[in-house]
Design a binder for this molecule. Structure first.
Ligand code: NA7
Length: 558
């Protein structure tokens, strides 16, 4: 297709991620005569699980709770090997399911969209990829993901490094650790969920020369407790899938764990410790979600549990000074997304693993040979890994030139973009404004699956639900011959206010993290915002259902 051609679609989906796959499957079932296509920047399906191939990448949701429910036959066919599957297995699961349903027939890979413009005269969206190819579509569904725009660290001198450097989300293809890291001095910047997984795995590799971790903020982390799944266990689990899905549906987070309804101070000291020991010994997010119900809203409750976890860390790290550096002091347990680990803290007991506490000695500059810290020391490195996270939630939208009605930009930031653009932006300073997280006023015919203001929790559970709501909304439009759908300002005002209100009282609001919309590596992303719906997935579903039952109240059609 030449650059002046313009292919026409009924629905274009951006992203062959889990949300893109799920949306495509349901839309194709419902609208068999429609011309539907998925455009994907990568060379394969999988989104997060396609890009994040770093050593140690794996689920910290239970594998059996992190799969699509719509193909019951495939649920019985697919065998998970571990309680928390590793990235290669997860990608294989996604690829096998995609192939089983011939979904690749509707997918185009290696296509990165550069600009998206609403065209009022034809009531269509015009998308242009980075080679100049144009795509025109009636409806456009963003499945671009919440953690899909990687951010390398904004550190002086970073371009001067003469060794190999890469972000964890663009790990070199065909990488073999025992070959590519053999004899090397490796540096890792960042200790979020990704850093903690990959540091643990790199440290285990006997052939590395050394591993130096550059930690700006320690994160609370606790044992994953992964295990192999035997054939016999898998058979038993398969018989229980209905109950597993039911349990996810009845929990506010969509996970297999529920909070203990008691409050921390309602029980005796002995009962408290017994409960904490119990959840600490359980696999997965039990030690985060399965806690007393006030742990993330009551300061004292949170302090006590944080002390309990801090003592666990002290017991595992031999050097007391290193242990203290690894214990967060500026935020309580669970007020940021809790990374789960499998021997992370013990890594620091190895003589070839070094922690550089950037709160004591900040990075001065990256040099051709490594990293120089404020104490004048140069940490010499052959390989530098950026585990520095993502421009979360709004970042994928921000990486595209995005204009809606009246040519208004979707995102513009004060001090970065011009004043006029900023005043007309739908999401000024990355602050989302949506109705049910599904649409934004001024952006007609544009839907979001796993967009801002949706309840995340267990990601596939959220995706399945919102993909079905978008499908039903499109069905309603088709049945009534509507070619135009838009969220009203009134509905978006009320919903956005509700999202902000639901978030009040959470200790996590007081902490900078990707969940509160702060990223020092992204220009203009310095102010905290509310980008996730904290009212829980049960309440989210109730509100979507209510909207549907009331004739899609809050949307206008034409
Ligand atoms: P995160 O959780 O955003 O972690 C990024 C880490 O990188 C974090 O420790 C940051 O420190 C650190 N960072 C970022 N920029 C810098 C600079 N410039 N200098 C030093 N350190 C830096 O991203 P992840 O990829 O680990 O996890 C994202 C989510 O993916 C995760 O929660 C799961 O849901 C899956 P900071 O804390 O900002 O001081």
């Amino acid at each position: 297709m030449g650059s002046i051609e313009r292919e026409q679609f009924d629905v274009l989906i951006i992203g062959a991620s889990l949300s893109g796959i799920c949306s495509l499957y349901h839309f194709r079932e419902q609208f068999p005569s429609w011309n539907i296509k998925v455009l994907e920047a990568g060379s394969g399906v999988g989104g997060t699980w396609f890009w994040n191939r770093y050593p140690g990448a794996r689920f910290d949701s239970e594998s059996i709770s992190y799969q699509f429910s719509w193909d019951k036959e495939f649920l019985q066919e697919w065998d998970w090997k571990e309680t928390f599957a590793a990235q290669p297995d997860i990608l294989k699961y996604i690829e096998t399911l995609t192939d089983k349903h011939h979904l690749r027939d509707h997918m185009q890979f290696n296509t990165r969209i550069k600009s998206v413009h609403w065209q009022d005269n034809s009531r269509t969206w015009l998308l242009i990829d980075e080679t100049g190819v144009k795509y025109q579509t009636r409806f456009f569904v963003s499945c671009m993901g919440v953690l899909s725009a990687p951010t390398p660290p904004a550190i002086p001198g970073i371009e001067s490094f003469e060794g190999q450097a890469f972000h964890t989300a663009s790990w070199p293809e065909d990488f073999v650790m025992s070959r590519d890291f053999s004899g090397k001095r490796i540096g890792v910047i960042g200790t979020g969920a990704t850093g903690i997984q990959t540091i643990t795995e790199i440290a285990k590799e006997p052939s590395i020369k050394s591993l130096t971790v550059f930690q700006r903020t320690p994160n609370w982390s606790a044992p994953l407790r992964n295990a192999k799944i035997t054939k016999e266990q898998m058979k038993e689990m398969k018989a229980e899938y209905d109950a597993v899905l039911q349990q996810c549906a009845s929990s506010a987070t969509g996970f297999l764990h529920d909070p203990d309804p008691r409050k921390t101070m309602e029980v005796t000291h002995e009962e408290r410790i017994a409960h904490w020991e119990k959840i600490y010994a359980q696999p997965g997010f039990a030690k985060w979600i399965g806690n007393f119900s006030d742990t993330y809203t009551d300061r004292e409750a949170n302090r006590l549990y944080s002390n309990f976890i801090a003592d666990k860390i002290r017991q595992r790290v031999h050097d007391p000074e290193v242990a203290e550096s690894l214990i967060p002091k500026n935020h309580g347990f669970g007020t940021r997304r809790v990374p789960l680990e499998s021997g992370y803290f013990e890594s620091y007991n190895q003589s070839n693993v070094h922690l550089v506490d950037l709160q004591k000695t900040p990075i001065d500059t990256v040099t051709p040979n490594g990293i120089r810290t404020a104490d004048g020391k140069e940490h010499e490195l052959d390989i530098l890994v950026y585990a520095t996270g993502f421009d979360a939630i709004t970042g994928a939208f921000n990486s595209v030139e995005f204009h809606g009605k009246d040519n208004s930009p979707l995102i513009a930031c004060s001090g970065v973009d011009d004043r006029d653009a900023y005043e007309r932006a739908v999401w000024p300073d990355h602050r989302p404004y949506t109705y049910l997280g599904l649409m934004a006023p001024g952006m007609p015919n544009m839907f979001m699956v796993l967009g801002p203001h949706q309840s995340y929790g267990n990601i596939p559970r959220s995706i399945e639900y919102s993909a079905l709501v978008v499908r039903d909304l499109l069905s309603y439009a088709r049945e009534n011959n509507y070619t135009f759908v838009e969220a009203t300002r009134k509905a978006a005002d009320e919903w956005t206010e509700h999202v902000i209100d639901s978030n009040k009282g959470q200790l996590s609001n007081e902490i900078d993290s990707w969940m509160t919309g702060v990223n020092s590596n992204v220009k203009g992303k310095m102010m905290r915002s509310v980008a996730r719906y904290s009212g829980g997935s049960i309440e989210y579903r109730r509100r979507c259902q209510q909207c549907k039952e009331n004739g899609w109240m809050g949307f206008t059609f034409a």
